[in-house]
Design a protein around this ligand. Structure first.
Ligand code: AMP
Length: 208
């Protein structure tokens, strides 16, 4: 079963492609950002702590992230056999600890998809999304900060996973159907996706 990490800067399409992969394979889509947003929306104490970071575009501390995510990932593997991790891990300490937990619970990732697009394209997609979804971290200032945080904290994970031989790098600066076809071909070639799976989603480009 597919246990994949979607690694990409904000706006490169990880939300869109994660949803599609989960639909195609039955693996559970786990979005750290969505989980954090619902925690904030619940008005809990944890939600208030989280909001102080997310509103600025800063990363939420690792302890908080692990306490929210680990039970969900363990349950997803038990129930579906796989996962599409959208937005986690996002720092080297998160990646190293996730790898240890993966060994401990037999849920090690077997693929990492690194989605890329030019910076100005990322910014314009996120500003478009702001019109549609009204996320409070999709303002120009916070977007720029999130991109800088990605470059400083998350980009080092690319070489780490490339070194483990499980990384596919894909440009999303082209029609979504082409990206999906490449994604599917690579996952099929690794035995992580059934070849019969055909896409029925539309071709609209989307941020995420
Ligand atoms: P996203 O929806 O993936 O763009 O995430 C929205 C925000 O949630 C990020 O800007 C961070 O503040 C926070 N966040 C999401 N995932 C993580 C993570 N793995 N570690 C720390 N903060 C995170």
């Amino acid at each position: 079963m597919m246990r994949v990490i979607m690694l990409s800067p904000p706006g490169a399409g990880k939300g869109t492609h994660s949803k599609w992969l989960a639909q195609q394979t039955g693996a559970e889509h786990i979005s750290s950002g969505e989980l954090l947003r619902s925690e904030v929306a619940s008005g809990s104490d944890v939600g208030r702590q989280v909001a102080a970071y997310t509103a600025r575009g800063d990363l939420v501390p690792d302890e908080l992230i692990f306490s929210i995510l680990v039970p969900i990932v363990v349950a997803a593997v038990r129930e579906t056999g796989g996962y599409v991790l959208d937005g986690f891990p996002r720092t080297m300490p998160q990646a190293l600890r996730a790898a240890e937990i993966g060994v401990e619970f037999s849920l090690t990732s077997n693929a990492v998809i690194y989605l890329t697009a030019p910076q100005d394209e990322l910014v314009s997609r996120l500003l478009d999304r702001a019109q549609r979804e009204g996320r409070d971290d999709d303002t120009l200032e916070v977007i720029r900060h999130r991109l800088a945080v990605f470059a400083a904290e998350t980009a080092p994970l690319v070489d780490y996973y490339r070194g483990r031989g499980i990384l596919l790098e894909l440009s999303t600066d082209r029609p979504e159907a082409e990206v999906r076809a490449d994604l599917q071909g690579w996952l099929e070639s690794r035995g992580l996706m059934p070849s019969a799976a055909a896409s029925s989603a539309d071709d609209a480009d989307a941020a995420g």
